[in-house]
Design a protein around this ligand. Structure first.
Ligand code: C2E
Ligand code: CA
Ligand code: CA
Length: 775
C-alpha cells in the first residue's frame, strides 16, 4: 500500500490509466453531486420530521427553535446551492472545492445532530438514534464515490455526536465512541471499494468506446481507399451507420438514408431475393442485385453476415460495368446478331428442356428445320448486304407464320429452326405450310424484288429423338429428303432416312477416295450417222468400279458428286481423258462429254477444256459438250457466257435429253446449239405409239429448220432405227449398235483409217451389242 495508492484512494480516481482519468473523475464528480443532492434532500425531510417530534415537547420551544431553525435553513441553503451549482461540467469542479463544500455541509449536519441530541428528552432517544443513523448513513453513502469527502463527513458527524454526548454527560461514552469509530472506518472502506470499482468500470467502458472509435475510423479509411463500402442494418432492416461512400453510391444524402429500409433501394425482383437472404440469417458472399438509384439502375455485388443484435452488416461494390458486359456476352452467346433470333445453342437448350419435360402422349413437340433454297444465288446476284436483309425478312416471316408461342432460331447461314411446343403432327404440318408460303412471297430489298423459297424437314419429339442432337440430325435428314424431292416442300422424318443417309455418307467417302485410286473408268458409246452408217462420234460415259459394288452407273453417283462438289475434279478428269482417247481415233470422229450444271458453274471450265484440248493436240471441233436444260434454268446468264466462250474456242454444244424439260423451245432461242439429242423416252415406244412418233418428227424438223444435227438416243432395235432414218434423224445411238465399251475396245486411228469399208465400224460394234456393263 503505497502513499500514492493511499492518496488516490482518498482523493481521486484509483488505478485509472492516464487517458481516462479526466473522464472517470468527471463521472465520479457527477455521481457525487447527484447523490449528495438526493442525500441532503432526504436528510432535510428526516430532520423536518425530527423537529416536529421535538416540538411536541412544549417546554423548551423558545430555546429549541433558534438552533434548530438555523440548522434547518443551513441544510436547505446547501441543497439550493448544490442544485444551482455548476453541474453541467462536473469534471471542472476541483477536488478542493468539493472538500470545502463537504466540510461546510458536514458542519451544518453535525450542528443539526448536535442540537437534536442536546435538546431531546431521554425518552426521545430512539427517534434521535434513528435520525442520526439516517443522516449519517445517507450522507456517507452519497459520498462513496469521493472517499475523501466521505471521510470528512463521517468524521465531522462522529465528532458532533461525541461532543453532544459528552456535554449531555451520558453513560458508556467509551463504548459508544468505539462503536462510532468502527462505523466510520467501515463506511470509509466501503466508500474506497465502491469508488475503485466504479472508476475501474468507467475506465474499461471508455477503453471499449475508444476501440470502437478506432475501428470505425479504420473502416472509414478502408472505405475511402477501396472501391467497396460498408452497409449495416438493424433488426428491423433499417440502415445504420450510413457512410458517405454508401450514400454516394446510393445517390442520396447519408442523413436521409439513416434509418431508411435497405430493401427500399432494391429493384422489385432483387428486393424479394435479398429479403429471402436476410430471413435465412445466413452469411452470403458476392451476390449481385439490381439497385435503383436516382440516375437509373446500378448493379451491386453484396456480401453480408448476420450480427448478434438481429441485424446484418457487410460490404458492397458497384459491378454495373461487369454485369453489363456479362449480360452482353450472354446475349451474344444466346442470340443471333443479324436477325435477333435465338441461336443454335439456345435452341439446343430449349430442345433439351422440351425432351426432359415430355413424359406422356400429350407432351409432343415439333421441330421444323428450315433451309432457304439457293440462298447462295441470292448472295451472288444481289450482294451480301442484300442477302442479310433477305435473311432478316425471312426470320420475321417465320416468326409470324409460326406464331408468338413458337421458339424460332437461326442455326447459321440460311438455316432456321422452329420449335413448336405442345404440337401434334397435323399442327406442325400446317405451320410448315404457312412457313413455306411466307417464304414464297417476294422480298423487296433496296427497291429490288428477290424471289425465294424454302424447304423444311420436320420431326416430332420425343418420338423422333430423345435428345436435341438426335432431333436436329433427324430433322436435317428430313430436310435432305425435301430438297431431293424438288425443294419448296416439307417432309417429316421417317425411319428409313437414317439408313439412306448412312448410305449416302458411305457413297460420298468412297467417291472421294475413287479419284485417287484409279477406280474411275471411261466407257464410250458410238453415235452412228444414219446416211453413211459410220460411227461419227462416241459419247463418253463415266463408270466407277466401286469396291464391293462392281461397275456403278453414273446415275447412282453423279447427284452425290454434284452436291458435294466432287464433280468438279471428277469432271476435269473425264474431259482430259476423253480428249486424250479421242486423239487416237479417226480424225472425223468426235468425242461427246456430258457436263453437269455444277461443272458449268465453275468459272475455270473453259480453261480446263482449252488446256485438255491443247495437251492432247485435239481439234476443238472434235469435242462436243452435252448439257441439259437444267444448265440454262439456273444461273442462266453466267452459264450462257460460259457456253459462248466454249463455242468461241470451237467446241460444239449439244442439248441433251431434249423433250423432257418444261420450255425446251425457249432455250433453243437463247443459245445456238449444234445438236439436239432426243430423249430415249420418246424413242423407246416410237414403233408402238404414234404420239411419240409425232413428237420425234416435230423435234427432227425443228432441228433441221434451225440448222442443227439431231441424235436419237436409246435405239435398241431395227424397227426404231428404220423409223428414225425415215423421219430424217441424222444420228442414232443405242444398244442396237453398241453398249458403252471401254476405250481399249475402240478402233484406233491407223487401223480404223486403213480399214475404210463404209460400215466396218457399225458391224464391229454390232457384234459387241451384248458387251458387259450397265445399261
Ligand atoms: P445420258 O447422257 O442420257 O447418257 C445416256 C445413257 O443412256 C447412258 O447411261 C447410256 O448407257 C444409256 N443408254 C445408251 N443406249 C441405251 C439403250 O439403247 N437403252 C437404254 N436403256 N439405255 C441406253 P449411263 O451411262 O448410265 O449414264 C447415265 C447418265 O449419267 C447420262 O445420261 C449422263 O447424264 C450422266 N453421265 C454419264 N457420264 C457422265 C459424265 O462423265 N459426266 C456427267 N456430268 N454426267 C455423266
Ligand atoms: Ca449424254
Ligand atoms: Ca441423254
Amino acid at each position: 500500500m503505497s502513499w500514492r495508492w493511499l492518496k488516490e484512494s482518498v482523493l481521486g480516481p484509483i488505478g485509472v490509466p492516464e487517458p481516462y482519468r479526466q473522464d472517470v473523475r468527471a463521472n465520479l464528480h457527477a455521481r457525487f453531486l447527484q447523490f449528495t443532492t438526493v442525500a441532503n434532500t432526504y436528510g432535510l425531510i428526516v430532520a423536518s420530521v425530527m423537529v416536529l417530534i421535538l416540538l411536541q415537547d412544549h417546554h423548551g420551544l423558545a430555546e429549541h427553535i433558534v438552533p434548530i431553525g438555523v440548522a434547518w435553513f443551513g441544510a436547505l441553503a446547501l441543497i439550493v446551492n448544490q442544485v444551482r451549482g455548476d453541474v453541467r461540467d462536473p469534471a471542472s469542479i476541483s477536488v478542493s472545492r468539493i472538500l470545502i463544500g463537504t466540510t461546510v455541509a458536514s458542519c451544518v449536519w453535525g450542528s443539526l445532530i448536535f442540537t437534536v441530541i442536546n435538546h431531546a428528552q431521554p425518552e426521545q432517544d430512539l427517534y434521535v438514534g434513528l435520525f442520526i443513523a439516517c443522516v449519517f448513513c445517507a450522507g456517507a453513502f452519497a459520498r462513496s464515490s469521493m472517499p475523501a469527502s466521505a471521510l470528512i463527513y463521517s468524521c465531522v458527524l462522529a465528532a458532533s455526536i461525541m461532543l453532544a454526548l459528552v456535554l449531555d454527560k451520558r453513560d458508556g461514552l467509551l463504548q459508544f465512541a468505539f462503536l462510532l469509530g468502527a462505523s466510520v472506518i467501515g463506511l470509509q472502506l466501503f466508500s474506497i471499494l465502491a469508488a475503485r470499482r466504479r472508476a475501474g468500470r468507467i475506465a474499461s467502458l471508455r477503453a471499449l468506446e475508444r476501440s470502437h472509435e478506432i475501428a470505425a475510423l479504420q473502416l472509414q479509411e478502408f472505405e475511402a481507399q477501396s472501391a467497396d463500402w460498408m452497409w449495416r442494418i438493424d433488426d428491423d432492416g433499417r440502415l445504420v451507420d450510413v457512410s458517405p461512400k454508401f450514400a454516394q453510391a446510393a445517390g442520396a444524402d447519408a442523413t436521409l438514408l439513416q434509418g431508411e429500409r435497405f430493401l427500399a433501394l432494391f429493384a422489385p425482383e432483387a428486393e424479394e431475393h435479398f429479403d429471402a437472404l436476410l430471413r435465412s440469417r445466413r452469411a452470403f458472399r458476392d451476390m449481385t442485385f439490381e439497385i435503383q438509384v436516382p440516375r437509373g439502375s446500378r448493379w451491386w455485388s453484396i456480401s453480408g453476415t448476420p450480427t448478434t443484435d438481429g441485424g446484418y452488416k457487410g460490404v458492397c461494390s458497384d459491378v454495373t460495368r461487369r454485369h453489363e458486359a456479362e449480360t452482353k456476352a450472354a446475349f451474344v452467346s444466346e442470340f443471333d446478331h443479324l436477325t435477333g433470333l435465338s441461336n443454335r445453342a439456345a435452341l439446343v437448350q430449349q430442345l433439351e428442356a422440351a425432351c426432359a419435360g415430355a413424359s406422356g402422349p400429350g407432351d409432343e413437340f415439333a421441330l421444323l428445320y428450315v433451309d432457304i433454297d439457293s440462298f447462295k444465288t441470292v448472295n451472288d446476284t444481289h450482294g451480301h448486304a442484300a442477302g442479310d436483309e433477305f435473311l432478316k425478312e425471312i426470320a420475321e416471316r417465320l416468326q409470324d407464320a409460326a406464331g408468338e408461342d413458337a421458339f424460332v432460331s437461326r442455326l447459321g447461314g440460311d438455316e432456321f429452326a422452329v420449335l413448336l411446343r405442345a404440337s401434334s403432327r397435323d399442327m406442325a404440318d400446317e405451320i410448315a405450310d404457312h412457313a413455306l408460303d411466307a417464304m414464297l412471297a417476294p422480298v423487296i430489298v433496296g427497291g429490288r424484288e428477290i424471289l425465294g423459297s424454302g424447304s423444311i424437314g420436320a420431326v416430332i419429339g420425343p418420338g423422333d429423338g430423345a435428345d436435341a442432337a438426335t432431333l436436329l440430325k433427324h430433322a436435317e435428314l428430313a430436310l435432305y429428303r425435301a430438297k431431293a424431292q424438288g425443294r419448296g416442300c416439307s417432309r417429316f422424318f421417317e425411319g428409313g432416312m437414317e439408313a439412306d443417309a448412312r448410305q449416302r455418307a458411305d457413297l460420298e467417302s468412297d467417291l472421294r477416295r475413287a479419284l485417287f485410286t484409279d477406280a474411275m473408268d471411261l466407257h464410250f458409246q458410238p453415235l452412228v450417222d444414219t446416211r453413211s452408217g459410220r460411227v461419227c462420234a462416241y459419247e463418253t460415259l463415266l463408270r466407277w468400279n466401286r469396291p464391293g459394288h462392281g461397275l456403278v452407273s453414273p446415275v447412282a453417283f453423279i447427284g452425290c458428286a454434284e452436291e458435294t462438289g466432287i464433280i468438279v475434279p471428277l469432271g476435269e478428269w473425264v474431259i482430259r481423258n476423253a480428249v486424250k482417247e479421242a486423239a487416237q481415233w479417226r480424225d472425223d470422229v468426235t468425242v461427246a462429254v456430258n457436263l453437269s450444271p455444277e461443272q458449268m458453274r465453275n468459272p475455270s471450265i473453259v480453261q480446263v477444256v482449252v488446256s485438255a484440248l491443247s495437251s492432247a493436240e485435239l481439234d476443238p471441233g472434235r469435242l462436243e459438250i452435252e448439257i441439259t436444260e437444267s444448265v440454262l434454268m439456273k444461273d442462266s446468264e453466267a452459264n450462257l457466257r460460259t457456253l459462248h466462250a466454249l463455242r468461241e474456242v470451237g467446241v460444239k454444244i449439244a442439248l441433251d435429253d431434249f423433250g423432257t424439260g418444261f420450255s425446251s423451245l425457249s432455250y433453243l432461242r437463247t443459245f445456238p446449239f449444234d445438236k439436239l439429242k432426243i430423249d430415249q423416252s420418246f424413242v423407246r415406244d416410237i414403233h408402238k405409239t404414234p404420239e411419240n412418233q409425232a413428237i420425234v418428227r416435230a423435234i427432227i424438223s425443228l432441228a433441221r429448220d434451225l440448222g442443227m444435227r439431231c441424235t436419237a438416243e436409246g435405239v435398241e432395235n431395227e424397227q426404231q432405227a428404220a423409223i428414225l432414218a425415215s423421219l430424217g434423224c441424222t444420228e442414232v445411238q443405242g444398244y442396237l449398235f453398241s453398249r458403252p465399251v471401254p476405250a481399249a475396245e475402240l478402233p484406233k486411228k491407223p487401223a480404223a483409217q486403213s480399214a475404210d469399208a463404209p460400215n466396218a465400224d457399225v458391224r464391229n460394234l454390232a457384234s459387241r451389242r451384248t458387251a458387259a456393263g450397265p445399261n
